[in-house]
Ligand binder design. Structure first.
Ligand code: ADP
Ligand code: MG
Length: 340
């Protein structure tokens, strides 16, 4: 078109590339919490503390007692596509860490103020790196890492406008920690807001963690799920039909320890309830699905909330059977005849 002026092709500046990428990964404070807790878990933390100000918009600090980062590698940790977790396509296909894209810290530091304080085992002291200035200083802390994120979206006002009230953002942050806590009973979690302890889950047996996080009400009105089919293991708890809710806010599915949203699995579970759920009633459940890593692709979505299965139909069926079995058992216990 003659009147349309053409602009020459140029490479985007690094900062802008990160900000664009951040749009996919960092939607709100809870996304930051998710990424930082993922990192803490990947570092082998046994205790993770999350400290929030103003729903996480003003500040998010995630402290762990994990392996730490050697000071020489600190600047790399903030670089895009820099990771200690995979080295090759082979390793991507069998990845067992929560992270592997090497994107989160770069993305977060492009839309917020960030600092990392960290110390490795045997190091004479800790180091603290300020992302914006690049200033690296000696600091004080025990082994592990603290990542501080302040003033989220201060430089991307369009994004900041989409944030809800502090109370809503806090609720999302808590939900993010809850998802991690359900999957990792071996790790202690604590959350503070405005200096007040608002949630605390101590490391302990898996069953106790489910009780602590989801409440005795859920626990008492749910049944254990357990099934093994070849390389597939399905376990967790399924709420009884009479405990169904009007909202789908108690539905947790994990694939190899990662919280996911998957239509196929959700449908498999739902179909196990068949005609026992009326209208729009929503079942409650926590389901862990362990599967050989080469049977599932986790590199589908930047936030890794979606996965793709090699044998989707098989998994759908096994999930359905597993939940059906759990529910049938409860019917038998109640003195009713099992469905088949
Ligand atoms: P990814 O998790 O995909 O590797 P990130 O940007 O989240 O990418 O982190 C980059 C790197 O920084 C990680 O690979 C890891 O080596 C290091 N790192 C980040 N957070 C921590 C932490 N809490 N403890 C130890 N190392 C960390
Ligand atoms: Mg990460």
């Amino acid at each position: 078109h003659p009147t349309l002026p053409r602009r020459e092709i140029r490479e985007l500046p690094d900062e802008l590339i990160s900000q664009i990428a951040a749009g996919e990964v960092v939607e709100r404070p809870a996304s930051v919490v998710r990424e930082l807790v993922d990192n803490a878990l990947d570092a082998g933390a046994t205790q993770i503390n999350v400290k929030l100000m103003a729903g996480g918009v003003r500040a998010i600090v995630v402290e762990d007692d994990g392996l730490g980062i050697p000071p020489a590698e600190l600047p790399l940790a903030l670089k895009r596509h820099a990771t200690s977790k995979i080295r090759s396509l082979d390793e991507l296909e069998s990845v067992s860490t929560m992270g592997f894209r090497g994107e989160a810290l770069a993305a977060i530091s492009s839309v917020a103020e960030m600092a990392i304080a960290t110390r490795c085992e045997g190091a004479p002291h800790a180091h603290r790196l300020e992302a914006r200035s690049g200033e690296l200083k000696v600091a004080a802390r025990s082994r592990g890492t603290s990542v501080e994120v302040r003033e989220l979206f201060f430089n991307t006002p369009a994004r900041r406008k989409f944030l809800k009230t502090d109370a809503t953002e806090l609720a999302h942050c808590l939900e993010s920690v809850r998802r991690h806590a359900l999957a990792r009973p071996d790790v202690g979690f604590a959350v503070w807001h405005e200096g007040k302890l608002v949630e605390q889950w101590r490391a302990g047996p898996a069953e106790q963690r489910l009780r602590d996080v989801l409440g005795e009400d859920f626990f008492g009105s749910s049944r254990a799920v357990y099934a093994e089919a070849g390389p597939l293991r399905i376990y967790g708890r399924a709420g009884l039909p009479e405990a169904a809710r009007s909202r789908s806010d108690m539905q947790y599915v994990y694939v190899n320890g990662r919280y996911v949203r998957d239509k196929l699995i959700a449908h498999g579970i739902r179909s196990a309830y068949e005609d026992q759920l009326h209208g729009s009633r929503q079942p409650s459940y926590v389901l862990f699905i362990d599967i050989a890593p080469d049977r599932v692709d986790v590199n589908v979505h930047p936030t890794k909330i979606e996965v793709r299965f090699r044998d989707g139909r098989e998994i759908h069926q096994q999930v359905r059977y597993a939940v059906q079995d759990a529910l049938a058992l409860s019917r038998a216990q109640a003195g009713e005849a099992p469905a088949d």
